[in-house]
Design a protein around this ligand. Structure first.
Ligand code: ADP
Length: 239
């Protein structure tokens, strides 16, 4: 589903990704972990072309997403993205946030888009919040609305960039549970997170980044069995 080949990126000469090569199968859930500044966020952003790359290729569903030929709308409906800081439009209520792309990218009539949006909010226990503005929602609720917004487009891939790190600790659990709820759906997910308990419960594989390199790409059980080499051992010491 996703294949990275020798992906290299720098910011003003400073390398952030160094020859990253890896593959994610359809339906797999991959947790990307690693110390701060190791390139996790840059990596996940390149998979949605939020960041350009200098060399290498990234294929999603067999298509090189950094080549022209994908319109941004096409790309963003195939690949959903959830930001650390939610990224909701503050002047739109929850339902309008969730239905915006359905209406303006997919061109669905308001009623049809709202039916889909409400069903998704309901699934997350947020139907009662549909007409609330983001400022009237807790951080956890805002992030769950943001996840609903990504899902209504029925993406084949969902990318989550530290979805719980901007939340107060008491709200982390509800967002992680929402993501776990999706794990049974067969959606391909790549999630950057420091929540190793979540990785243990939900991931199929774990990627470990360090200094812009993909240091480990291993089955979850092997990762946590401390059986995946010195880089993983060193990283897990802190957890
Ligand atoms: P992580 O997500 O693992 O914390 P990042 O991908 O955010 O790491 O950052 C990787 C490296 O790239 C770091 O050295 C960081 O300072 C640098 N970096 C990230 N974003 C930018 C940017 N927009 N401009 C310049 N440097 C950046």
């Amino acid at each position: 589903m996703i294949r990275l080949v020798d992906v290299t990126k720098s910011y003003g000469g400073e390398p952030a990704l160094r020859n990253v090569t890896g593959e994610i199968q359809a339906g797999e859930i991959v947790v990307v972990c690693g110390p701060s500044g190791s390139g996790k966020s840059t990596l996940i952003r390149t998979i949605n072309r939020l960041e350009p790359i200098q060399a290498g290729q990234i294929f999603v569903d067999g298509r090189d997403i950094h080549l022209s030929g994908w319109s941004v709308n096409d790309l963003r409906s195939t690949i959903g993205f959830v930001f650390q800081s939610f990224g909701l439009f503050q002047h739109l209520d929850a339902l309008a946030n969730v239905t915006l792309a359905l209406r303006h990218v997919r061109g669905l009539p308001r009623k049809e888009a709202e039916a889909i949006g409400l069903a998704q909010l309901e699934r997350f226990g947020l139907a009662g919040k549909a007409r609330h503005m983001p400022s009237q929602l807790s951080g956890g609720q805002q992030q769950r609305v943001a996840i609903a917004r990504a899902l209504v487009m029925r993406p084949s891939v969902l990318l989550l960039d530290e979805p719980t790190s901007a939340l107060d600790p008491e709200m982390v659990g509800e967002v992680l549970r929402t993501i776990e709820q999706l794990a049974g759906d067969g959606l391909t997910m790549v999630c950057v997170t420091h929540e190793m308990g979540f990785a243990k419960r939900v991931a199929k594989r774990v990627w470990l980044m360090a200094a812009g390199e993909l240091k480990a790409d291993v089955e979850k059980d092997m990762f946590f069995a401390n059986d995946a080499g010195p880089d993983v051992r060193e990283f897990l010491k802190n957890y």
